[in-house]
Ligand binder design. Structure first.
Ligand code: HAM
Length: 420
């Protein structure tokens, strides 16, 4: 039997880890610069949390969640398919709102959705996200859009596009739903099978369908802007004017809807052309009713999540990442079998002084050890033989220019430290 990682999951091998760390470290730095603090929540949660927040009639809840079974049978636990609900749950459970109502939180970690795997879409994937809980201020919507764009900019990803819309509050949505059904009802037979099904369950999702025929058919759909109440209109006007005042480029996309029921008012996505059909790098928006729906006080909230895998694809397409050269500084070569234990102690001595060092553990010949030092891109090779040990000296070869020198063993640490 050949052992393989499950379909839709990915091993991140040592050569690829450096780009992951670069993306994650940049996210932490930029998020923290904007005043967001990290929160970590469990990988699995009570399933009810997602049914109540994401919504029963969404693709995720209907068919994409992984439930957990133990030896004694099925549990009520679900592998988290997203993190907004978990963050709100933790915020309420630990009374963070009583300490300080307005909290700016960020997270990174894996999520699980049982989707059909394709480029940019996996079953285990990772997100970098922020949630700003406790404010209705439209300026926070703009802060987080600016934050996501600043992050892509810092990474060197060029050509990303911010698309925004408002989906209003439940009041405006009722009116919009009726209008949408009326217009799309006239062309229902031209929609794909999935969308014909969605018509009664969740008509908004039809606007999000990627099927070419549906994209053409839904052009006739009215814009939600015409159905926004005064409060939602005012909120969106401030978002748009603030984006303009701050020279943040955006496209108003009247058909932008999101796959979760918790959104209200502003929604947005950041896309990148290099990604093909799964072109969303980031998705987010305001969710002013979720905290109360999960048992907390009424309060505004907004946030986004960025897909880490897709960010890495876009970063590679932008050719902006220079792979980190992980090198060791000193490779210690044993001249014969007897000196190996001295070499081992010497390597330990170097490492204790924070000097990256290594040696051979495969019984290689002298020549093969030199070749290994070369392959590991060691800056220096130290040769230890019975003579050197007896005399308390070491022979050092600088691999950049081939120059050799002899030093007293006691001087070696100081020498390597001075070499940067
Ligand atoms: P989402 O749009 O489902 O939103 O996911 C955000 C991002 O995660 C997507 O734009 C995409 O880059 C990435 N992503 C989603 N699914 C997959 C997948 N199967 N494979 C690879 N990448 C994927 C949310 O999750 C919301 N919780 C965002 C949010 C936070 N809204 C408010 N606060």
């Amino acid at each position: 039997m050949s052992l393989k990682a499950p379909a839709g999951t990915q091993d991140i091998l040592p050569d690829d880890v450096s780009i992951w760390r670069y993306v994650e470290e940049t996210a932490r730095r930029v998020f923290q610069d904007y005043g967001y603090r990290e929160i970590r929540t469990p990988i699995f949660e009570e399933g009810g949390l997602f049914n109540r927040s994401i919504g029963e009639a969404t693709d995720i809840v209907e068919k994409e969640m992984y439930g957990l079974t133990t030896k004694s049978g099925p549990t009520s636990f679900i592998l988290r398919p997203e993190l907004t609900a978990s963050v709100v749950r933790a915020y309420l459970e630990h009374n963070l709102h009583k300490d300080k109502k307005f909290q700016k939180l960020y997270y990174l970690g894996p999520l699980f959705r049982h989707e059909r795997p394709q480029k940019g879409r996996t079953r285990q994937f990772h997100q970098l996200g922020v949630e700003a809980l406790g404010s209705y201020d439209p300026l926070v919507d703009v802060e987080i859009m600016g934050l996501a764009l600043a992050f892509f900019n810092q990474l060197g990803i060029k050509g990303s596009e911010l698309k925004i819309n408002s989906i209003g509050c439940p009041k405006c949505r009722d009116a919009y739903r009726t209008a949408l059904k009326e217009e799309l009802g006239k062309v229902k037979s031209d929609l794909c099978e999935k969308c014909r099904e969605r018509f009664d369950r969740n008509v908004f999702r039809i606007l999000d369908c990627k099927n070419r025929q549906c994209c053409v058919t839904t052009k006739c759909a009215p814009s939600v802007k015409e159905y926004l109440c005064a409060d939602c209109t005012e909120h969106f006007a401030v978002v748009e004017s603030t984006l303009k005042e701050n020279n943040i480029k955006y496209i108003f996309d009247q058909h932008l809807v999101r796959g979760f029921d918790y959104y209200t008012k502003t929604v947005f996505e950041i896309t990148h052309d290099s990604l093909g059909s799964q072109n969303a790098l980031c998705g987010g928006g305001r969710y002013d009713n979720l905290v109360a729906e999960l048992g907390g006080p009424a309060m505004g909230a907004t946030g986004f999540a960025i897909g880490t895998e897709r960010t890495i694809l876009a970063l590679m397409a932008s050719q902006a990442y220079q792979p980190e050269n992980v090198t060791i500084k000193v490779f210690v070569v044993a001249v014969d079998e007897q000196t190996r234990s001295d070499c081992f102690s010497f390597v330990r001595e170097l490492r204790e002084q924070d000097i990256p060092a290594d040696m051979d553990y495969e019984g290689k010949s002298l020549k093969a050890q030199m070749r290994l030092a070369d392959r590991l891109k060691a800056k220096y090779v130290v040769v230890l033989g019975p003579q050197e040990i007896k005399q308390g000296i070491v022979r050092i070869k600088d691999m950049a220019d081939g120059q050799e020198k002899e030093l007293k063993r006691l001087e070696v640490i100081k020498y390597f430290k001075s070499k940067g």
